[in-house]
Design a protein around this ligand. Sequence first.
Ligand SMILES: Cc1cc2nc3c(=O)[nH]c(=O)nc-3n(C[C@H](O)[C@H](O)[C@H](O)COP(=O)(O)OP(=O)(O)OC[C@H]3O[C@@H](n4cnc5c(N)ncnc54)[C@H](O)[C@@H]3O)c2cc1C
Length: 490
Amino acid sequence: MQQDVIVIGSGLSGLTSALLLARSGRKVLVLEQHARPAPVVNGFSRQGLYFDSGFHYVGGLGKGGAFRPLFRHLGLDRKLELFPFAADRFDQLKIVSTGETYALPVGFAEIRRELGALFPQQREKIDRYIGEIETTWSRFPYLDLNTDIADYAMQTVHGESLKERLGEFAETPELLSLLSMHSLLYGLSPEMAPFTLNAQVAGSYYHSAHGIRGGGRALVAALLELLDEAGVEVRCGAEVTSIDAEAATVSGVTLADGEQLQATEVVATLNPALLPQLLQPGQLRPAYRKRLAGLKQTCSAYIVFARSAQAIESLQKSNLFVQPQPGLLAANPDCPLRERAYYLAAAGQEQNGGHGVIGIIPAHVDEVADWVDAGPQRSPAYRQHKERIGAELLALFADNNPELAGLELLELATPLTLHDYSLAPQGAVYGVGRFLGQYNPHPMTRLRGLFLSGQAIAAPGLLGTVVSSYLTCGSILGHEQLRGEIRTCH
Ligand SMILES: Cc1cc2nc3c(=O)[nH]c(=O)nc-3n(C[C@H](O)[C@H](O)[C@H](O)COP(=O)(O)OP(=O)(O)OC[C@H]3O[C@@H](n4cnc5c(N)ncnc54)[C@H](O)[C@@H]3O)c2cc1C
């Protein structure tokens, strides 16, 4: 069957790209290898309790937020109900060695005030630093409709690292912790993370932090409804094994079962390191294939999904970051579990009779190396490994936060789970990382009709993937047309 566009992958970027392209009048088909659409963010239920898997909160959607016009343009504002996170402590940080817990309030002025009060000797520098984030976080294509998109087509991720930018606070380790803690949300250490990426991710949350009523499941349902209205088909259990081309132009794709589907454009939202496997030699320049295949991935993670007998007060409309020692906070799995920083969020806040806790801690695929090739039917030894890690993590959470004593483990995701859900190499939690100095994947490729989209193109997160979809679809439809449409949504 002939399509105008085939989108590979039904994650946030695949669904968003499909929507934008279908609205331009194209016939669009989305193909997803997993049995369910948007497997990373769709969440799941255990024993009647809903858990989010790849979405907890979103930044930049408050009044005047740079993400709002895109949300409105997509039609998500009509379908979803947002709720604000706690104004006085949307994110908290506990430093285990000192026992101190710090709270970040929503809003740049409020953060300046809070940090200035905590660290009065650094007040001026804090004012300058937070001011810089305030003015730069949204200076990205499509968040700021006046930025030059050509700037984004750089060959490599470049600029100052977060560590370099925070160098002026080196004598105040607790402040370093607070200003680098959001690196857990994009999976790079402050040495390797561009300051601009941190400004975009952390800055969006400093601006405003919201949850979505119904969580990731509601977000996916809203996108699917919008796609249905636009006449888009989403096929699950459809793994693309080859992108086909004739005369240096895309002609369609082939699925794992041998079915061939024709299209004049293909948008690949899978992890770009996997793209070379789908292409025949000669379809793309060898140097480009090598660059894509060699892209470094973010770390993986263990994710605890647990039940608590009572509501966890400290996690109500708030997340808790936990760091063993003060100083730059890195998503580092190369140390024992107890020495890793981690992140806690509440689950199932809207349901009666059960309160869930989600804990995400960096992990390395080598920790589950024994079971990598075992396929979905993994051995009892794998289950025992999960039980042991789960018990160790519950004990760690309880030791560091007495409110979390007595949690019951309902599920544990490992790097293998994350791989099954997205096919990301090494179960990379945020896919390809935007490491400083790394090649910067771009929406356009030299194979006519083949485009890339997804978190590797802009940044991880709902905001980053939506921006990536606009960058990609703007490359197809014309940036001025899309930007013109968004201007009407301000
Ligand atoms: C634990 C966790 C917590 C998170 N928390 C938040 C949060 O609170 N807020 C936030 O904004 N973001 C959060 N994120 C990040 C966010 O979920 C991701 O950035 C986003 O989902 C990535 O979307 P994507 O479309 O780029 O990639 P993906 O979701 O990985 O989509 C790619 C899709 O392609 C499919 N695919 C791969 N290969 C093929 C193939 N050959 N054929 C067909 N299909 C294929 C995959 O199965 C996958 O569904 C979190 C992520 C994780 C993992």
